[in-house]
Design a protein around this ligand. Structure first.
Ligand code: DON
Length: 577
């Protein structure tokens, strides 16, 4: 009798436990579907960047009647002041613009270029091996900066305000200073070795008495303010010629760098056609070469389109398995076929075709992992001639901007141009210094991405605009080196396949596979059960630090704007009006 009562109690407890479990998973579901991750909502304009102050000044431009391009250029210059680890005028990037007036999506390519004096083996030491100090932390690691020319060109072709107006908030922030955040202070302290190798770095990042800037201090950048003023006064020539150009070249001479006055004077951004495709009825526009991002986002989506991803479930073992298999094949192709299309033929049409995706899909086993070493770059048809930052902006006129720009690593090469107050990129490390030898992100390349004078180094940056029925639907992009492509991909899939709201889509734990190394890299938050199932399928699964920082906007059918800033960066901010 006693025993019976006990077992009844036990049963009741089990039922209660079961109910609690169900409630828990229902709650989990609610978090995924967005009830707990609330995006910022607005009607007339939305700005999402990785720094509150940049978001604020760009939003102000929209409120005054400026368009998304005006706000984007303003944000780009402001980030160069408030977030020197990645915001920049010493680097380069890509801007995708969906223009309401011109009814087109265009890409502005302002990626850095190899100086005229660059050569294929410039990073090989006497032993024939790649010298990583040279390719990452020396004056010759810097490509010719493209940011100022790129932002100015965007404004000239698609903006409504003057270059001087777009620079004014940045100049004020540099001159009057701004309050140091914990992230800023920690960032400088963590990269001391890189930043304090030369006096100019100490001058920029330390107080006059040599102390660190601490949270709450005011950070003023007088040299940078002067540099920005010269652009404001003389346009792009105020950077690529005259005093700033002289200061860059003097810096090069001090450190045996390659950038010359001619390299600077001849730098031109390029207007390119974005790479495009479609996925479950949505049109995807993303960055074309010299980025690999757009091509591989579309390729992976094409492979996955025929699987019932929604039913397989968000971050379920089966979904992650299929994503990883598609990713492996895309990154294998990247290693062989992608490079600057001004220098090499890139089989873009082939890589992004549904037919090629079907061939790759046929090779995927639904239940078992393939071994990366056994996957070779495929055979697409039709040859045709740790920091970056992304921001997304939508205005009330129907324009959208997705911009990703970088100096490559956090604080780039760590080299500050003396007297000019800005950091130089170390983007030359994105070239393939030696066939088969991975770059800083473990990416392998070959002939297509070898170093050549004036060539742009291959990138993974993937500013992306998704449209539905001719209207802007989703704007996204991310930092994260090789992870940029898969990070951006997952936000697109989270919204389209899993119907997450944009904030939930940005927050959700991410996974990544880049062919080599043969591992699924996961963020904290993928369940141990899922990891166990993936391992049983033959995958190597490793949990590592968080990946990317997506700043994204979704536009609902009724025109409501939803902003999702990435909580992986403490200064990220979405604001609308
Ligand atoms: O262009 C690229 O692909 C790289 N230079 C981007 C570097 C990056 O995202 C670093 N950020 N975490």
């Amino acid at each position: 009798m006693k025993k019976g009562l006990f077992s009844f109690k036990k049963k009741a407890l089990l039922v209660l436990f079961g109910i609690l479990l169900m409630a828990g998973s229902a709650q989990g579901q609610a978090i995924l579907s967005g009830d707990r991750s609330v995006p910022v909502e607005a009607r007339n304009g939305m700005v999402v960047t990785s720094h509150t102050l940049a978001t604020e000044v760009a939003l102000e431009v929209l409120k005054k009647g400026g368009n998304a391009i005006d706000a984007a250029v303003t944000a780009g210059f402001a980030l160069a002041v408030t977030q020197p680890r990645s915001g920049n005028i010493g680097g380069g990037g890509f801007m995708l613009i969906s223009s309401q007036e011109k009814q087109e999506v265009v890409a502005i390519d302002y990626r850095e270029k190899a100086p005229a004096g660059a050569s294929r083996d410039m990073f090989l030491g006497p032993d024939g091996n790649v010298d990583q100090t040279l390719s990452r932390f020396s004056h010759i690691s810097a490509g010719v900066p493209g940011t100022v020319a790129g932002l100015a060109s965007a404004l000239e072709k698609y903006g409504t305000i003057s270059l001087a107006e777009s620079l004014a908030p940045a100049i004020e922030l540099a001159e009057k200073g701004f309050v140091v955040t914990p992230r800023f202070s920690k960032g400088v302290k963590s990269k001391q070795k890189r930043l304090f190798k030369f006096e100019a770095g100490k001058k920029k990042f330390l107080k006059p008495d040599g102390a660190f800037y601490e949270p709450g201090d005011i950070y003023i950048q007088s040299d940078l303010a002067e540099t920005l003023r010269r652009i404001s006064k003389n346009g792009v020539k105020g950077f690529y010629e005259g005093k700033t150009a002289d200061l860059i070249v003097a810096e090069m001479q001090r450190g045996k760098g390659l950038i010359t006055l001619d390299d600077l004077k001849n730098y031109q951004p390029k207007i390119r056609k974005p790479v495009s495709g479609n996925y479950r009825g949505f049109d995807i526009y993303s960055m074309s070469p010299p980025s690999s991002g757009g091509a591989h986002i579309i390729q992976i989506l094409n492979i996955l389109e025929k699987y019932p991803i929604k039913n397989l479930g968000h971050n379920s073992a089966k979904t992650i398995h299929l994503m990883a298999e598609a990713m492996k094949r895309a990154y294998a192709d990247r290693s062989k076929f992608l490079g600057d299309s001004d220098f090499v033929g890139v089989p873009l049409g082939g890589i992004t075709s549904k037919k090629y995706a079907a061939a790759l899909r046929a090779d995927i086993d639904a239940d078992f992992a393939s071994i990366s070493q056994a996957i070779l770059p495929g055979n697409p048809a039709g040859f045709e001639s740790d920091e970056t930052t992304h921001f997304s902006i939508v205005d009330g006129f129907g324009n959208a901007v997705a911009n990703t720009y970088t100096i490559n690593f956090s604080y780039g090469s760590g080299i500050v141009v003396e007297g000019a107050g800005f950091l130089l990129n170390n983007e030359m490390d994105d070239f393939s210094a030696k066939p088969g030898v991975p770059n800083a992100y473990g990416l392998i390349g070959g002939e297509a991405n070898k170093i050549e004078p004036h060539k742009r180094m291959l990138s993974s940056m993937s500013p992306t605009i998704v449209m539905k029925g001719g209207k802007n639907f989703l704007v996204a992009g991310s930092p994260g080196g090789s992870r940029i492509i898969t990070t951006t991909l997952q936000v697109i899939m989270n919204v389209i396949d899993h119907r997450l709201n944009v904030q939930a889509a940005v927050n959700a734990p991410r996974i990544h596979h880049q062919w080599l190394p043969d591992e699924i890299r996961i963020e904290e938050g993928i369940s141990p059960d899922t990891v166990r199932l993936l391992r049983a399928m033959g995958h190597n699964v490793n949990e590592k630090s968080s990946m990317g920082a997506i700043q994204s906007i979704m536009i609902a059918e009724d025109g409501t704007l939803y902003g999702g800033a990435d909580p992986r960066r403490s200064t990220s901010a979405a604001m609308g009006f």
